[in-house]
Design a protein around this ligand. Structure first.
Ligand code: CA
Length: 242
């Protein structure tokens, strides 16, 4: 991947121009589509390494474009949402976007996120990290089931409600059940590589998750801590053999 191709799907000329200049300068090859239908038509031939997808587009919304691309491809997708449209962000992540940025954004922040996604997708190729199944289908490990499309989680057939980040952490752990996910991977994947907050945030989310899905949150059997590394979701909690 000497010069990764970024497929910019954006209808505002001023953004297109700034992205062409800014991303080219960072060593990316840029292809542009200015509406949703054009994006879907050209996606197979452009064959991008990453899609930067505006939500508000003429002819087909970014959400529809994302959903359709996801039905055939695992290409990293970064959604671009308008300020204060939290709902687009949530829907975008649920239809399979990997990350999002909010307008107005700084090119530097965008480039950091693009690089993080490209690193991640090249890791996927070597099988290092399992992406949650795309298109999203229910994941079941033991008696815990998670449905990414419906944003539902149940434990022993009892439904529980989880805020978005807790949901994403659990989704990632379940999709990689039996494997250790480092703290860095979890933070990177759920909060983004340029996350600069307190690293205790992850532990707080794990703690809340345990209080909801563990029989004994003080002695967890599902989400286990791997000291000095990170966390692992136990593939099958040890059953008591009579
Ligand atoms: Ca737009």
């Amino acid at each position: 991947m000497s010069q990764p191709t970024i497929f910019v799907v954006e209808d505002e000329a001023s953004f297109v121009e700034a992205l062409q200049i800014g991303l080219s300068r960072e060593g990316f090859h840029v292809e542009v589509a200015t509406d949703g239908v054009e994006a879907l038509e050209r996606f197979p031939t452009v064959d991008p390494d990453l899609v930067l997808l505006d939500v508000m587009l003429p002819r087909a919304s970014g959400i529809d474009v994302c959903r359709q691309i996801r039905s055939t491809s695992a290409v990293p997708i970064i959604m671009v949402t308008a300020k204060s449209s939290e709902i687009d962000t949530v829907v975008g992540l649920e239809v399979g976007a990997d990350d999002y940025v909010t307008k107005p954004y700084r090119i530097r922040e965008l480039v950091a996120r693009i690089r993080a996604q490209l690193r991640r997708s090249s890791m996927d190729v070597t099988g290092e990290i399992e992406r949650p199944a795309v298109p999203s289908s229910e994941i079941r490990v033991g008696d815990v089931a998670l449905d990414p499309e419906e944003h539902r989680v149940s434990v022993d057939d009892r439904e529980i409600s989880l805020p978005l980040k807790e949901f994403e952490v659990l989704h990632l752990l379940l999709a990689n059940a039996g494997r250790v996910l480092t703290r860095e991977t979890l933070i990177d994947r759920v909060w983004g590589s340029d996350y600069v907050g307190d690293t205790k945030t992850l532990d707080v989310h794990i703690k809340r998750l345990r209080s909801k899905i563990e029989d004994d949150p003080a002695a967890p059997s599902r989400i286990v801590t791997i000291r000095g590394l990170g966390y692992k979701y136990e593939r099958a909690p040890t059953a008591s053999v009579p």
